[in-house]
Each structure stands twice: as structure tokens, then as C-alpha cells.
Write a protein that binds this ligand. Structure first.
Ligand SMILES: NC(=O)c1ccc[n+]([C@@H]2O[C@H](COP(=O)([O-])OP(=O)(O)OC[C@H]3O[C@@H](n4cnc5c(N)ncnc54)[C@H](O)[C@@H]3O)[C@@H](O)[C@H]2O)c1
Length: 303
């Protein structure tokens, strides 16, 4: 018996890469899959692959940041497969560029695809779950870039941090409707997306790779964990962000304070601030200015 037997799951950006792997895995686990994909041909191919393997699938072409397309995902799930049980928001793009060279379009496109692209399908699904009084699961795709930062990704990191906060707030608002909302934060770059990077950023990554600070991963290997978060087996988990790499997982809890130095609640004593800051970081066990953020992120991964 699969994790998603008789369930209906929407996966966005499922025409290739991580989303494709998630769509195939959800189908393997028994779900009917709605394949949402900008590239119509690629979406059709993934749906056909699922059907050829004996599963159920439907492809919906279009931009998932468009509310009409997002609404159509829910309608397709309900009309073709009878219900909607989970949405895996995965669609994303990269427009990496160091901040000083970044164009308005590179900023806006990334913010729109990731944030509106998560918002629109989530809102459509949550409206359906509230009205139908059915439970549901949301899995969003953040990134360690939105937690620890990454070179050339001020647009992407800002969007991904927004997704983590969005997921947590949706979890709060939808708890009363038995809807869970969690985010995954894949932590390493796939070889597939590396080709899209500008040469200066790619070179920097390559050096980090050579220093052993991170490694590439197979885009499909987060899929079983995502299928678990999309299933009723994880109904007790919500509002969390999981760093994932291979079969390792790291738990982040947004909005959680890690250390505090209390003053008298009035004005800051300017002279005392440096000492108080040093005490704060010591208490938290954190380096205030880690020399290499990627090294720190790698260090924290639980294998
Ligand atoms: N690859 C990594 O190392 C990595 C790391 C952390 C997070 N992520 C995130 O994982 C997700 C998938 O990444 P990937 O490496 O598989 O990317 P990818 O570029 O290989 O695939 C993304 C797919 O989404 C589709 N898509 C993009 N915008 C869309 C839109 N507006 N509407 C519908 N479809 C759209 C694309 O056509 C493509 O098929 C993204 O959200 C990405 O930010 C990836």
C-alpha cells in the first residue's frame, strides 16, 4: 500500500527536475497526479509517463502564478479525479546575478514565480479545502539560500525566505481546517540548474565544490520525503521547514528565538551594545560573521 493510495496530488513545475521526480514518486505511491507545467509539452510527457506506468495523471499547462491557472489545477483535480488531497508547490526559476548587476526584470521575475507561484495554487487549494471540509496537505519549496544565503541570489533568497514564512503562516491559518503546510529547503545545487548560472557565480560554486563544502544531488532524491509530507502519515506535522539533502534532514523552525539578552525595556545604552551583542552570540553558540556560510550549512546537516 503506497503512502498516497487513492489520493489526488497537484505538483507544480513538474515537467522536469525535482518536480518531475516528485510527480513520478507521488504516482508510484498511488496518487492521481495533476502535472502543472509552464512548458506544455514537458508536462504532457510526464503525465504520459505516469499513465504508461499504470497510474493516473492530467497535465495542466500554464503559469501557476496566474490565478486562473492555479484555480484550474483544483478544478482539474476535482473534476477528473474526484477530490484534491495535496499540493506540492515546486515551480521555480533562477535569474542569478550579483546584486549590483541585477536588473529589475531579474528581481521581479524571480519574486513573482516563487511567491505568487506559491500563493495562487495555495489559496485555490485552501479555498477548496475550507469549502469542502476535507483535510489537505501543502508542501512548499524553499531553499537553504533563503535561510543561510547564497552568492548571486539576493532575488531568489528573498523569495525563498518569503516562502518559508508564507508556509508557516498558512499552517497557522489553516490548522482549524485540518490542513498542514510545510516547506522543504533542498540544500545543494543540481547539475541541471548549474548550467543556467552566470560564469562568475558558477566558478564560485565550483571552487566551493572542490573545497568539499557542498555536493550536487539527484533531483529525484527528495521525492519520497515530499510524498510523505503530502500524505496523511504526516498529519501531525505542520509549520515546519526541512533542510533536505539525500536522505538527510535538518529541521528549521521559523520565528523561533535562539537567544536573548534582556535589558530594562527602555532605551539602549549605546556604549553597552557591543558587549551585549557578544554575550548574545555566545549564548546562541553562533559566530556573528561566519567566513563561509556554505561551510556552516554543511556542518549542520544531520546524516
Ligand atoms: N536544484 C536545486 O539545487 C534546488 C535547490 C533548492 C531549491 N530548489 C527549488 O526546487 C524547485 C525545482 O527546482 P529544479 O532544480 O527542479 O528546477 P528546474 O528548472 O529543473 O525545473 C523547474 C520547472 O518548473 C517549471 N516552471 C517554472 N516556472 C513556472 C511557472 N511559473 N509555472 C509553471 N511551471 C513553471 C519549469 O518550466 C521547469 O519545468 C524550485 O522551486 C527551486 O527553486 C532547487
Amino acid at each position: 500500500m503506497g503512502l498516497l493510495e487513492d489520493k489526488v496530488v497537484v505538483v507544480t513545475g513538474a515537467g522536469r527536475g525535482i518536480g518531475r521526480g516528485e510527480a513520478l514518486e507521488c504516482a508510484r505511491q498511488g496518487a492521481a497526479v495533476v502535472v502543472a507545467e509552464f512548458d506544455a509539452e514537458a508536462g504532457e510527457e510526464v503525465a504520459a509517463e505516469i499513465k504508461e506506468a499504470g497510474g493516473q495523471a492530467a497535465a495542466v499547462p500554464g503559469d501557476v502564478a496566474d490565478s486562473d491557472v492555479a484555480d484550474a489545477l483544483v478544478t482539474t483535480a476535482v473534476e477528473q479525479f474526484g477530490a484534491l488531497d495535496a499540493v506540492v508547490n515546486n515551480a521555480g526559476i533562477l535569474r542569478d546575478r550579483t546584486l549590483v548587476k541585477m536588473s529589475d526584470a531579474e528581481w521581479d521575475d524571480v519574486i513573482r514565480v516563487h511567491l505568487r507561484g506559491h500563493f495562487a495554487p495555495t489559496r485555490a487549494a485552501c479555498r477548496y479545502w475550507r469549502e469542502s471540509q476535507r483535510p489537505g496537505h501543502l508542501v512548499h519549496t524553499a531553499s537553504t539560500s533563503g535561510i543561510l544565503g547564497n552568492f548571486g541570489q539576493s532575488n531568489y533568497g528573498a523569495a525563498k525566505a518569503g516562502i518559508a514564512a508564507f508556509s508557516t503562516i498558512v499552517a497557522m491559518e489553516m490548522a482549524r481546517y485540518q490542513v498542514t503546510s510545510n516547506a522543504i529547503a533542498p540544500s545543494a545545487l543540481t547539475r541541471m540548474t548549474e548550467a543556467l548560472l552566470p560564469p562568475d557565480v558558477r566558478e564560485d560554486r565550483r571552487e566551493s565544490l572542490e573545497r568539499g563544502e557542498f555536493d550536487f544531488f539527484d533531483p529525484e532524491n527528495v521525492a519520497p520525503f515530499v510524498a510523505y509530507l503530502a500524505s496523511d502519515q504526516s498529519s501531525h506535522i505542520s509549520g515546519k521547514v526541512f533542510g533536505v539533502q539525500g536522505d538527510s534532514v535538518e529541521l528549521y523552525q521559523p520565528f523561533t528565538s535562539v537567544a536573548e539578552i534582556r535589558g530594562d525595556g527602555h532605551r539602549w545604552d549605546a556604549e553597552a551594545i557591543p558587549d551585549r551583542m557578544a554575550e548574545l552570540f555566545e549564548q546562541a553558540g553562533m559566530d556573528p560573521a561566519p567566513e563561509n556560510m556554505m561551510a556552516r550549512s554543511r556542518h549542520k546537516i544531520i546524516s
